[in-house]
Design a protein around this ligand. Structure first.
Ligand code: FAD
Length: 291
């Protein structure tokens, strides 16, 4: 099923994210975790694509397995930065052959080696170049893209970031998923600005349940997200106790989801990573609220 169709449904629904590992030694355990997550019956499962394409075959394998065995729609991520046209076209062909209907079109992060490179010759410099390639493939994919309520770190300012986002949507992006954020007001301000800029596609807020104190630093490093004092206090109070921190982190994420739904959001994307227990607990917390 195409995600664009799913997003028309009423009531609150959640999508979950999983990631394949870079090595095949843990593939089976990761696959099991992704199956447990799919068995919980989310609206869809998104499967990330490793930086530099290191997990490409696993992304496809996991997305295909979940869709076929559990009947859960999947969203296969694909990145393009520094890739050749041949490689990207090969990946698109593989996705088409595997029956993938939904693709998250991403540029990918600039690794330190790529940062100084001469980008003028790259066939794909931005996600929009990949979106155009996906459209030209004629496969009829439903295409998603990333957006940043707190501004992408490479952007000069939010106005410029939103201008490029509009171009991405106009090129064929049918929905957007946000970078994680820990203060819903940032999302509401962002939505106001993008709607004003004429971006009308559905936006799925990305919520990351922080269940371990040491995840905080990594989350900030990866996303540049602002941590509200309310969240910092929670880490200060419970960070030393793994069980308490997990419970508090899940409660915080649940609270964010409830507030989003109360304010008009219908589908929330949860960065469950490969943790079925976290996904199950969030669903349980929302059992009387979910549509
Ligand atoms: P773009 O849309 O290309 O934007 C990147 C920067 O370029 C922004 O500053 C933007 O304003 C600017 N820009 C865009 N278009 C233009 C233009 N035409 N001219 C000039 N400037 C422009 N990474 C992975 O490696 N694998 C994943 O599976 C993955 N999944 C993700 C899922 C989500 C929901 C999010 C939010 C991020 C994900 N990432 C993933 C990380 C992502 O690859 C990085 O954030 C990356 O730095 C930007 O990707 P993008 O697709 O948003 O890029």
């Amino acid at each position: 099923m195409k995600i664009s169709e799913l997003l028309r449904q009423d009531g609150l629904s959640l999508s979950f994210e999983v990631f394949p590992h870079k090595t095949n030694t843990v593939f089976e355990s990761v696959k099991r975790a992704t199956e447990e997550i799919a068995a919980l019956g989310p609206a869809f499962v998104s499967v990330t694509y490793g930086a530099g394409g290191g997990t490409s075959q696993y992304t496809l394998e996991i997305a295909k397995n979940i869709k076929e065995r559990y009947g859960v729609p999947t969203l296969a991520h694909l990145t393009c930065v520094s890739s050749t046209r041949e490689l990207v076209r090969e990946r698109i062909g593989q996705m088409k052959a595997a029956g993938i209907e939904n693709v998250m079109a991403l540029r990918g992060d600039l690794t330190p080696e790529l940062e100084g490179a001469d980008r003028s010759q790259w066939p794909y410099r931005h996600a929009i170049d990949l979106i155009r390639e996906l459209k030209e493939s004629g496969a009829g994919f439903c295409i998603g893209g990333a957006c940043y309520p707190e501004v992408h770190p490479e952007s000069e300012n939010q106005r410029e970031d939103i201008l490029h986002l509009k171009e991405k949507v106009d090129a064929g992006c049918e929905f957007l998923t946000t970078q994680m954020f820990f203060d819903n007001n940032l999302l509401y301000n962002f939505l106001y600005k993008i709607r004003e800029a004429g971006i009308t596609v559905p936006v799925l807020p990305g919520i990351m349940p922080i269940t371990k104190a040491n995840q905080v630093e990594r989350a900030i490093q990866l996303s540049g997200s602002f941590m509200p004092q309310r969240f910092k206090s929670l880490v200060d109070k419970f960070g030393h106790s793994p069980d308490a921190m997990k419970q508090a982190g899940i409660a915080y994420a649940t609270d964010q989801i409830i507030d989003l739904y109360a304010n008009g959001i219908r589908t929330v994307h949860v960065y469950t990573m490969n943790n079925p227990d976290v996904a199950a607990k969030i669903l349980d917390n929302l059992s009387h609220i979910l549509g």
